[in-house]
Structure formats: structure tokens, C-alpha cells
Design a protein around this ligand. Structure first.
Ligand SMILES: Cc1cc2nc3c(=O)[nH]c(=O)nc-3n(C[C@H](O)[C@H](O)[C@H](O)COP(=O)(O)O)c2cc1C
Length: 337
């Protein structure tokens, strides 16, 4: 199966909003919410994608002809490449009838492990979404990152208990989900958290904790102060706030401020191994791709996940070789034109 075949199959079963486009660039789905689009004008997801295309790499063609090593170690676990599948919750609402969240995660989580990476899993107002995701992670040796939304204290703690029971070794919170239209005024209540509130949550978690949804140096420093072991530079694909910059645009300054003090992940419009190399050169330690992995699961199940991951690995290795770097630690800002 090729990636194009995966996309073709997805087109027949992925609901009315996602078009499983040849390139997932935020244009066809623009502001469809419900659906995979972005909030308000719908331009932030497009901006995310376009920003990576603007970044150019320097080739270094006179170099040793040795194999490239794309392995990446994340809190003690080594993966084949510095890529994670992103958390996507409420798939039935956004992508139609084919899967419940439980069914989706039951395919995605093991498929990622088999493909040599791991998945962040999503969360929703329906309690079973997080529990099922944690269960899927538990059934796969704790390989996966349960991502809890910023609910009220009791709900967060109850969900962290489920995450702990799963054996997951790293947890995350999409702190920016406070801006999701679906969470406003619902039960359980969700909303912003202070540094002190986050510190209490992170202490309770007792494992390395990633804060997803950081877009400024000040935000990264607050996450560090709260005790986070990592951040995801993310604007939630434009789903939580309109009119914000692309993740590629804010990443370098954030990396300058906190690189080496915490793990830096980035997402938003990253679609190829070339983009992954650019993100690492701009200061990320690893990348998350969310919507492409949804297309992969709908269009090809576990095989679709493998096809996409292999494609990313090949593109990353090829790009590294042409830029004269042979391991991830050799990727630096010097690669950027
Ligand atoms: C339909 C949909 C549901 C999402 N659900 C979640 C979620 O439950 N938790 C979360 O942290 N991010 C969620 N996200 C955001 C993604 O994880 C990611 O940050 C965003 O889509 C940008 O990455 P991408 O351009 O590779 O898709 C969701 C995104 C979409 C499109």
C-alpha cells in the first residue's frame, strides 16, 4: 500500500469534513468545526503548514558516505524516529461514523508501537474516551502518552489515576484546550490553569509531564516553573484561537530560552520528513503529526500508520544525508538557509 492509496481509501470513509487531501494543508477543511478545521477564519492551520514550506535547508554535499541514524530517545524509551502521532479526541464528531475513540485508539496505539514510534492520545467530555485511550496504552507496554484536558481539579486527578494504572511513563496536558468551543460551559468544567495549579497536577502525576499548547517564551518559562519536563509548541492546529502565529515562527525563540532544560516538541502542519528535519534544526527535539495519522488510520488501519511512518523516516534520513548530518544530535540551526 502506498500513502496515496491510504488517502484514496480514507476519502470513502472519513466523514463529510475531511477531504483526505494529497497534502493536509488546512485549506479544504478550513474552518469546519465540528470537523478537522480551525476556529474563526480558519487560517491558522494554513499558516502553520505554509510556514514550514518557507523554511529552507542548507545542503552539505561533501561529507562522509555513512548511514544516517534517526533514532530518538524520549524519557528512557528509544524510538525509530523523532516523530509522534498526535492526540485527536472525539473522532466520531469530527471524522464521521467509522470509529469510536476506543476503536480509533485500539488501532493507532499498537500500530505506532509496531511502526517504531508512539502515540499521544486524546481526551473528551465523554469519560470513556480517556479511559479507553489509557487502556490501549496499558495493553501496549505503557508506550503512549495519555493527554488530559485542563478539567477541574477532581476530574484531572481521576483521569491521572487512570493514566497511572495504564503504566504510561509520560503524561501530557493540552493546556490550550481551554479555548476549544466544545468545552465551553460543559460538564465537567474545563479552563485555564495557573502555574501553582499545574505544579500540583504535575506533582500528583509523578512521571515526566508535557504541557501542550505553548506559543511564547513566557509560556515556556511558566511550564518550566510548574515542573513540566517538556512542552509541545502548538496552537492546536488553530482550533483554540484564531489570529495566532505559525508554530515554526515561534519555535526558535522558545528553543533559545529553554532548550536543554526541557524536551521541546512541536506540531502544526508538519507533513514530511523534510519538515521534521527543519523543525529539529529550528530547535525542536521531536515532532508531532496529528491529522495525517487520522488519515492513515481511516485509510489503512495499522498498515496505513506504518506506511506513513516509513515515508517520514525515509524522507528524514534522505534529508539528513543531503545536509551532511548523520545523527539527530548533529542537526543544528546551521542547517537553516
Ligand atoms: C479533530 C481534532 C481533534 C483534536 N483533539 C485533540 C485532543 O483531544 N487533545 C489534544 O491535545 N489535541 C487535539 N487536537 C490537536 C492536535 O493534536 C494537533 O495539535 C493539531 O491538529 C496540529 O497538528 P496537525 O497540523 O499535525 O494536525 C485535535 C485536532 C483535531 C484536528
Amino acid at each position: 500500500m502506498t500513502y496515496q492509496e491510504v488517502l484514496e481509501q480514507a476519502r470513502g470513509c472519513i466523514g463529510p469534513y475531511c477531504k483526505a487531501c494529497p497534502v493536509c494543508n488546512g485549506r479544504a477543511c478550513k474552518n469546519t468545526m465540528p470537523g478537522p478545521g480551525a476556529k474563526g477564519s480558519g487560517t491558522v492551520a494554513i499558516r502553520n503548514y505554509d510556514a514550514w514550506q518557507e523554511v529552507c535547508l542548507n545542503m552539505d554535499t561533501i561529507t562522509e558516505n555513512v548511514p544516517v541514524d534517526t533514532h530518538y530517545t524520549f524519557f528512557g524509551e528509544t524510538y525509530d524516529l523523532p516523530v509522534f502521532a498526535g492526540p485527536v479526541g472525539a473522532v466520531k464528531l469530527h471524522y464521521g461514523y467509522k470509529f469510536t475513540d476506543s476503536e480509533y485508539n485500539a488501532i493507532l496505539v499498537p500500530a505506532c508501537v509496531q511502526a517504531g514510534i508512539a502515540a499521544f492520545t486524546g481526551d473528551g467530555t465523554d469519560r470513556t474516551v480517556f479511559d479507553a485511550a489509557s487502556k490501549a496504552i496499558g495493553q501496549n507496554g505503557g508506550k503512549g502518552i495519555p493527554t488530559v484536558k485542563p478539567w477541574d481539579r477532581d476530574t484531572v486527578f481521576a483521569k491521572l489515576d487512570a493514566a497511572k494504572a495504564s503504566g504510561a511513563k509520560v503524561f501530557a496536558m493540552d493546556i490550550d484546550a481551554a479555548g476549544l468551543p466544545f468545552l465551553k460551559g460543559l460538564t465537567p468544567p474545563a479552563g485555564s490553569k495557573t502555574v501553582e495549579e499545574l505544579r500540583e497536577i504535575i506533582d500528583y502525576a509523578g512521571v515526566p509531564f508535557i504541557i501542550k499548547g505553548i506559543m511564547t517564551v513566557a509560556g515556556a518559562k511558566k511550564a518550566l516553573e510548574a515542573g513540566a519536563a517538556g512542552i509541545v509548541v502548538s496552537n492546536h492546529g488553530g482550533r483554540v484561537q484564531d489570529g495566532v502565529p505559525a508554530t515554526a515562527a515561534v519555535l526558535p525563540a522558545i528553543a533559545d530560552a529553554v532548550k536543554g532544560k526541557m524536551t521541546i516538541l512541536v506540531d502544526g502542519g508538519i507533513r514530511s520528513g523534510v519538515d521534521v528535519c527543519k523543525a529539529l534544526a529550528l530547535g525542536a527535539d521531536a515532532c508531532i503529526l496529528a491529522r495525517p495519522y487520522v488519515n492513515a488510520v481511516y485509510g489503512g488501519g495499522a498498515e496505513g500508520v506504518k506506511v506513513l511512518t516509513d515515508k517520514l523516516r525515509g524522507e528524514l534520513a534522505d534529508t539528513m544525508a543531503m545536509c551532511g548530518v548523520h545523527s539527530l544530535s548533529q542537526i543544528s540551526r546551521d542547517l537553516i538557509f
